[in-house]
Design a protein around this ligand. Sequence first.
Ligand SMILES: Cc1cc2nc3c(=O)[nH]c(=O)nc-3n(C[C@H](O)[C@H](O)[C@H](O)COP(=O)(O)O)c2cc1C
Length: 211
Amino acid sequence: MADNYLERREEALRTAGRTVVRRNTPSLDTLLLRNRSHRGFDASYEVAMRQLEAIVSVNPRIPSSKNGQVFRFKLLDAASGGRDFCRFLRFGAYLPELKLPVPGTEPQAFIVVCSTLPESPSVDIDLGIALQSMALKAVEIGLNVLIVRAFNRQEVKDALGLELEPLAVLAVGKGTDKIELVEVPEGTDLRYYRKDGVHYVPKISLKDLLL
Ligand SMILES: Cc1cc2nc3c(=O)[nH]c(=O)nc-3n(C[C@H](O)[C@H](O)[C@H](O)COP(=O)(O)O)c2cc1C
């Protein structure tokens, strides 16, 4: 059922037999292209708690193994502990010499994804679906995220007083990286790299993905 004004209005027009032309609604391809992994964020932009809630709001609408819905979410905006939370996370494993994020560009808002079940292949598949769905929602509302799995779970658990295991963190903000995808053939080095201030991400061409 439609749960916001635009969707309700659209539904009403459809019911009345009117054609609905959506404007300014980015296509899935556009959202996917905008959904790049940023490791630098605009420090002057403060993410609000309601924006984090909007991102998490995708979760009651996505699939999960046996409809288990095992994730719970700890939200941190700058005021509630996000300001210095980045110290627990490791960014950019392929670019250790850059020590990302560059000081002054740290994200200050986070969604910590915890699981009510021990990690398993099913939980990890569900985690991927939840993370990507939230990432797309973030992009839809004009924000960017970095999915982070490189952190010490016990440290994060202790720092936030969590009872559940944190499996992933979404760093959220207005991304400032200049990022370009590079189409490459199968067998190419897939490590991302930086050149002249641009972050390049190799992606295998569709042709080479097909069996
Ligand atoms: C499950 C998962 C875990 C990730 N963990 C980290 C991480 O701990 N630190 C990091 O800097 N990037 C992390 N990333 C981001 C990837 O490095 C990134 O998706 C990849 O370089 C491709 O760039 P793109 O997202 O812009 O396509 C993670 C991505 C995924 C999907």
